[in-house]
Design a protein around this ligand. Structure first.
Ligand code: AMP
Length: 214
């Protein structure tokens, strides 16, 4: 099973992917997570990526593509994967194809702008394991502490109001054209992410994935 999860930042792709992979036994490959690890580790890619990420812009295609190719070459990707946050531009989509990486389907998550902004501004992430929480939708049992590993929760630098506006603009200009791109290939499936009951969102996503994999 090879799927792309598409949708604006904050729609819940990462949260849904993290739960879906538990049921399918395939990894979730988030280019945002790969880039944040590179930034933390201070690698050459991380140093080049940092400013773009902090300002809400996209990291240049060649940097992200090289990170992703390395990751997809790892053993755990052999039986499939979910790409979360990649591709984000048409050239990135073409890079997948040029490298012989085909997918079974593209899940396009859809919700109103209001819901997206509420999700982004309330998001908290575990510093240690990357688990995603939300102040009201997925509150941790103990304030600011991860339920899973007891790590400290933080608000991402790019989840602040000015940067959120920029990221949504960038999405509209650079990523939204992928919807038509994959629609034309006949592999796009829309899933509503409007509701905030996560098990329901996971179930409807799984149902669409299983249907399109047959
Ligand atoms: P995310 O965790 O998916 O919201 O990504 C956080 C930030 O990482 C984005 O705002 C971009 O700066 C960068 N990023 C993640 N994935 C990509 C990608 N596929 N192409 C370019 N930049 C990316």
């Amino acid at each position: 099973m090879r799927f792309i999860f598409l949708g604006p930042p904050g729609i819940g792709k990462g949260t849904i992917a993290a739960r879906v992979i538990g049921k399918l036994n395939i990894p979730q490959i988030s280019t945002g997570d790969l880039l944040r690890s590179a930034v933390r580790a201070g690698t050459e890619v991380g140093i080049k990526a940092r400013e773009h990420m902090n300002s809400g812009g996209l990291v240049p295609d060649e940097l992200v593509i090289s990170l992703l190719k390395d990751r997809l070459g790892e053993d755990d990707c052999k039986d499939g994967f979910i790409l979360d946050g990649f591709p984000r531009t048409i050239p990135q989509a073409k890079a997948l194809e040029n490298n012989g990486i085909t997918v079974d389907g593209v899940i396009n998550f859809v919700a109103s702008k209001q819901v997206i902004i509420q999700r982004l501004s309330g998001r908290r992430v575990c510093k240690r394991c990357g688990a995603i929480f939300h102040l009201t939708n997925i509150p941790p049992k103990v304030e600011d502490i991860c339920d899973r590993c007891n790590g400290e929760l933080y608000q991402r630098k790019d989840d602040t109001p000015e940067i959120i506006v920029e990221r949504l603009e960038v999405y509209k200009k650079q990523t939204e054209p992928l919807i038509a791109y994959y629609e034309n290939q006949g592999i796009l499936h829309n899933v509503s992410a409007e509701g905030s009951h996560i098990p329901d969102l996971v179930d409807s996503t799984l149902a669409v994935m299983q249907q399109s994999d047959q």
